[in-house]
Write a protein that binds this ligand. Structure first.
Ligand code: UGA
Length: 438
């Protein structure tokens, strides 16, 4: 099957490469000529484990190509995916749909063969109706259908998530487009991934509801973690104790510094806007957004308290080493990373900051110019008055804490991801604090 993927960002590129790997003939399109040029040279625009290899092998096999020319690339395509960005609109938090609509317009101007237009971008309820209207008005008489097919990929695990999904959601109103989408996903279908057909509006809402629910789960356990600290309980035990109940489930109950990234913050806000537009408030999600926002900065206060409790006094002039900056491991993405608020909170009290992140420093540097970026975790901790684990990269899990202990000025460790064993670390002479544990 011939597939055109409009938008070669995170979602478009991963999905395009995976579809090609299933044996489809895929062209990934992007307006950004330098991105396409780099892709031709095998240079990925993002860091995602396994992506470069997957792209390379499918390009070699002749199943995957790249282009800046939408008009010629959508010729003969049976499915045209729209996978462009839908950032938060400046000022009001609504999803900015201008890129999606511009692509719909361009498709309308250039499409001549029957095709299913698939919205993969995260778009508010009703966007499919508007895409359909734009194409119908621009290309009257053309056989086409617009379907919704949200993605559930996690950065850092996107290829695995694409190839072994819990479910594939397709919002399609007619038989013909359902048939085309079944063909698109046949290889996964054979792997028994449930293909769930719904109406288009339900599918659009499923994406937001899923992200809002996961954000709620995280925020719930984060507040439980705060309570655990106050009452002398252990949030890891609480999470396990509730997660073993299948109705709750054990995933996304890991307490931390608050969720970040390009999806949860943006999508929860956009859902609030939709709810507002329809005068149907989602108060739980409103609370989640507020609690999560204030949590990130509160993590800075946690570091300040840890220094004081260890007898280090005021944070002014103290050297604090940050291990990890990205919003989570295995990505170079800094969007809405908790580290940004933590850095600000610590700079505000006059601390001196040094950081190391395996992949994120290039993206982080312009966001936090006052922070000194160094080339290794050991370099970062040298002479530090406190070490803060912000992002749980594997490299930090296995760090040699004895060596770190010899390099630091003072053995204060704040573990915002509960990576280390409190008893072990304390036995090694550290003043250790983590999230939701005694
Ligand atoms: C999220 C969803 O998990 C994907 O299913 C969805 O497709 C994607 O958004 C999207 O809408 O495109 P992603 O943002 O890549 O994926 O990252 P997650 O692994 O979900 O983590 C999000 C944030 O929650 C991170 O800051 C992470 O550290 C935090 N988190 C996650 C926790 O604090 N605790 C947990 O137990 C899990």
């Amino acid at each position: 099957m011939k597939i055109a993927m409009v938008g070669s960002g995170y979602v478009g590129l991963v999905s395009g490469a995976c579809f090609a790997d299933f044996g489809h003939d895929v062209v990934c399109i992007d307006k950004d000529a330098s991105k396409i040029e780099r892709l031709h040279a095998g240079i990925m625009p993002i860091y995602e484990p396994g992506l470069a290899e997957l792209v390379d092998s499918n390009v070699r096999a002749g199943r995957l190509s790249f282009s800046t020319d939408l008009a010629s690339s959508i010729k003969d395509a049976q499915a045209i995916f729209i996978a462009v960005g839908t950032p938060s609109r400046r000022g009001d938090g609504h999803a900015d749909l201008s890129y999606v609509y511009a692509v719909a317009q361009e498709i309308a101007e250039n499409l001549s063969n029957p095709a299913v237009i698939v919205t993969k971008s995260t778009v508010p309820v009703g966007t499919g109706d508007e895409v359909e209207r734009i194409i119908r008005d621009g290309a009257p008489g053309l056989q086409f259908a617009v379907v919704s097919n949200p993605e559930f990929l996690r950065e850092g695990a996107a290829i695995g998530d694409f190839k072994r999904p819990d479910r594939i959601v397709v919002g399609a109103e007619g038989e013909w487009e359902r048939g085309v989408m079944t063909e698109v996903y046949r290889p996964l279908f054979l792997n028994k991934a449930p293909l769930l057909f719904t109406g288009r509006r339900s599918s659009e809402l499923i994406k937001y509801a899923a992200n809002a629910f996961l954000a709620t789960k995280i925020t719930f356990i984060n507040e439980m973690a705060d309570l655990c600290e106050k009452v002398g309980a252990d949030v890891q035990d609480v999470a396990r104790g509730i997660g073993l109940d299948n109705r709750i489930g054990s995933k996304f109950l890991h307490a931390g510094p608050g969720y970040g990234g390009s999806c949860f913050p943006k999508d929860t806000l956009a859902l609030l806007k939709t709810a507002e537009d329809y005068a149907s408030p989602v108060r739980i999600v409103e609370a989640v957004v507020r609690v999560n926002d204030s949590r990130k900065r509160a993590m800075g206060r946690k570091v300040i308290e840890a220094i004081a409790e260890a007898g280090g006094g005021e944070p002014r002039g103290k050297k604090i080493a940050l291990l990890g900056l990205t919003f989570k491991p295995n990505t170079d993405d800094m969007r809405d990373a908790p580290s940004i608020a933590i850095v600000q909170a610590l700079l505000d009290v006059g601390a001196e900051l040094v950081a190391y992140d395996p992949e994120g420093m290039e993206a982080a540097a312009p966001l936090m110019p006052e922070v000194t970026m160094v080339k290794s975790a050991y370099e970062a901790v040298t002479g530090a008055d406190a070490v803060v684990l912000v992002t749980e990269w594997d490299a930090f899990r296995g760090i040699d804490l004895e060596r770190v202990g010899q390099l630091v000025n003072s053995r204060v460790l704040v573990d915002l991801r509960n990576v280390y064993d409190p008893a072990e670390v304390r036995a090694a002479g550290w003043h250790y604090s983590s999230v939701g544990r005694k």
